[in-house]
Write a protein that binds this ligand. Sequence first.
Ligand SMILES: NC(=O)c1ccc[n+]([C@@H]2O[C@H](COP(=O)([O-])OP(=O)(O)OC[C@H]3O[C@@H](n4cnc5c(N)ncnc54)[C@H](O)[C@@H]3O)[C@@H](O)[C@H]2O)c1
Length: 296
Amino acid sequence: MKLLITGGAGFIGSAVIRYLIQHTSHHVINLDKLTYAGNLNSLIEVAQDPRYLFEQVDICDQAELERVFSEHQPDAVMHLAAESHVDRSIDGPAAFIQTNIVGTSKLLEVARTYWQALNAERKAAFRFHHISTDEVYGDLEGPEGLFSEQTPYAPSSPYSASKASSDHLVRAWHRTYGLPVVLTNCSNNYGPYHFPEKLIPLIILNALESKPLPVYGKGEQIRDWLFVEDHARALYAVLSAGKIGETYNIGGHNEKQNIEVVHTICDLLQEVVPPRFCTKSWLASNGRCTLRIPSP
Ligand SMILES: NC(=O)c1ccc[n+]([C@@H]2O[C@H](COP(=O)([O-])OP(=O)(O)OC[C@H]3O[C@@H](n4cnc5c(N)ncnc54)[C@H](O)[C@@H]3O)[C@@H](O)[C@H]2O)c1
């Protein structure tokens, strides 16, 4: 198959592309605008493969999307391009509305027109896989309160509201036009090439530089953590065997309070950094935790 991956230079998209090139025989077209979050270095291992191709395109640019579909004739789309950082969505929601909602609607329209013109066999096999977040369901209450695919939507940030909106658009394009879609909503990912503004890399880098560790409130928010390469395999399983129109939640069954994650990272750093860095003291004031690792 030829798979069109949007957002393939991002954290999860690049893991998906590395997986597809290294573990399948499919061809991959990576369509990415290369915003601040796009990093082509994450694809160095596969960029020279003849089955990999890059197109620098904005999903809001309908004419360019039409060109890419017409030139490359994909058999499926995996849609990961998005503005994805909650804090940025609070500072500036417009980009989230533009890419996550307007961009997704443009991609759906171009995909629909393309799909409708395919021959019967290719039309039946075509898939539009929309990758979304479990943040559309709101906050996890605790280990007993896991989300299911039936959990009502309760997004709380501009980011999660824009992703919820895109989920509804994808379902509408299935129900209204018959576009063969599958949706996945996953929990928080971690792993290689994670952008340093996200919790785990931020805590590691700040701790190594003796900077304050930013934790909201008392760090009691619960997140379920999923290794990005496991997520990539799960996405491929859903693309290959998922039922059309269905939504699949993907989680790690690994719920932790943010503060537990911070403590774990600090404990691990104690083990892996040289002994002279290992004097640790915790300061808790104004809800912020500070780990001080003395400079050499
Ligand atoms: N990271 C997580 O923990 C997580 C959890 C659940 C769901 N998700 C979802 O998975 C998807 C990928 O997340 P991520 O963490 O890899 O995000 P990311 O921010 O690391 O990467 C997003 C990619 O999309 C590209 N992009 C942004 N706007 C674009 C546009 N207008 N046109 C084309 N490309 C554009 C960026 O250049 C970047 O390469 C997102 O849809 C996100 O909502 C992420």
